[in-house]
Design a protein around this ligand. Structure first.
Ligand SMILES: [Fe+2]
Ligand SMILES: [Fe+2]
Ligand SMILES: [Fe+2]
Length: 437
């Protein structure tokens, strides 16, 4: 299969290789989290880099190093909006809410239970960590230190120039915000200019940092699906207009793929593509996504960039090549008037046509704050209009022939997504004393 690169997306999708490594998946998706603003570029990668360098310097076992690297890469995933992402970068930030939301989000993925615990306490001060949360992993304070180091970095000046100021600021928090042991480890490793050279390009060093155990940790398809489910919550809940959209697309795309002759294995991967198809919307501001009226030309250009961003992120994850292809071409149209590549007819991969058809089906049938979803009669009419122009006529026929089943599937999947989001976003009362200042 071919996946041509566009101007916005230099990285083409690669050939399928099978398994998906956990570090590739988490590293790739952490880059997606950092798309939300130039102000947070490299934040997750750098916190992962710093936390794992500290873990190694402190002599933590491989499992602890793995957990800290992954926790660094995901720690702000509970900050579901740009505003809370920017707040999280402030040194004086009180991150109790997003730390707990991240904990609740990540703990739904069983393999990452200790990672979730670390994320839970990444804004907790050392001097009250053991007092208020005796159950907490002390290494959460390593993550807090790594997070605050990056929060102190200005994106506008060479990192080397900032090193001494950052070291002084962290040292001044020894025994209060941060464990003296962890502060000393930071001062030791950050004394070398090489450390800051590497910290300036953290993504290049993630693989060399990952302990052997993590390098070989690969996920079966069932877990890749679970991970994409978790990520669909992050993508969708940035805008109230489409709060459960990806989940509806994921489940209906899987079913449409089955009916269109895809194997069971491929159909399950189609669910991953559905969950991640709008990943690139993380790069579109919430103001644009939430704008009630029609977007202006610039806003429209931003919106149209989202499949390219999805492609850029997914193409870097070996083993997700088909998912990358299906997800990133979901706005191509049969008449060639789509984007990002203007492909037409059979040149559009069949999997992308499946995502496109279920994307439209889900969009017109789901309720949105400004309008109710269409009833069966109206849905049928719109799909018939799109048949052969925007959407693949055979796939539209399958949707129309099984519309009741598709609609039930969509509703069930979207109700489940709302229940999961409520679980994540309604934190219980937690001990205070969370500001890492
Ligand atoms: Fe945070
Ligand atoms: Fe952070
Ligand atoms: Fe889209």
């Amino acid at each position: 299969m071919d996946c041509a690169a566009s101007e916005a997306t230099p990285a083409p999708c690669l050939k399928p290789q099978g398994l998906v490594s956990l570090i590739d998946l988490v590293g790739g998706l952490s880059r997606a989290l950092d798309l939300v603003s130039p102000a947070v570029v490299n934040h997750h990668n750098r916190v992962g880099f710093l936390a794992s360098r500290l873990a190694a310097a402190l002599g933590l076992p491989a499992a602890g190093q793995r957990d800290l690297l992954l926790a660094g890469l995901m720690h702000d995933s509970g900050a579901l909006s740009l505003k809370s992402r920017l707040d999280a970068l402030q040194f004086e930030s009180d991150g109790a809410v997003h730390a707990q939301a991240g904990f609740r989000l990540i703990r739904t993925f069983a393999r990452l239970d200790r990672v979730a615990e670390l994320v839970r306490h990444h804004h907790r001060r050392f001097d009250c960590l053991t007092k208020t949360s005796p159950e907490a992993l002390p290494e959460g304070n390593i993550l807090a230190l790594a997070d605050r180091v990056d929060a102190l970095i200005s994106r506008n000046r060479p990192l080397g120039e900032q090193a001494e100021g950052i070291r002084r600021r962290i040292a001044s928090k020894s025994g209060s915000t941060f464990s003296p042991l962890y502060v000393q480890a930071f001062l030791d490793i950050s004394a070398s200019p090489d450390f800051w050279d590497q910290a300036a390009r953290p993504a290049e060093h993630l693989h060399t940092l990952a302990p052997e155990r993590l390098e070989t940790e690969a996920l079966p398809l069932a877990e890749v699906r679970e991970f994409s489910r978790l990520f669909s919550l992050i993508i969708d809940f940035r805008t109230r207009f489409t709060a459960t959209h990806s989940r509806g697309v994921a489940h209906t795309a899987e079913r449409l793929a089955q009916l269109a002759g895809f194997s069971d294995h491929e159909s399950q991967r189609m669910r991953v593509a559905g969950n991640l198809h709008d990943l690139g919307k993380l790069a579109v501001s919430r103001e644009i996504l939430n704008k009630p009226g029609a977007p202006d030309a610039n806003e429209w250009a931003m919106i149209k960039s989202h499949p390219g961003h999805s492609r850029q992120v997914l193409s870097a994850i070996a083993g997700l090549e088909d998912v990358c292809l299906w997800a990133s071409s979901h706005h191509e149209r049969m008449d060639g008037k789509g984007y990002p590549d203007g492909l037409a007819g059979q040149d559009i991969p069949l999997g992308s046509r499946v995502v496109a058809a279920t994307d439209v089906f889900t969009a017109i049938t789901e309720d949105r704050p400004y309008r109710a979803g269409m009833d069966a009669k109206r849905t049928r009419k719109v799909l018939e209009q799109f048949s052969g122009t925007a959407l693949d006529a055979d796939l539209v026929e399958l949707l129309l022939d099984n519309m009741e089943e598709f609609n039930e599937l969509r509703i069930e999947a979207q109700e489940q997504a709302i229940a999961e989001f409520n679980q994540v976003s309604l934190p219980e009362a937690e001990a205070t004393c969370t500001s890492t200042t």
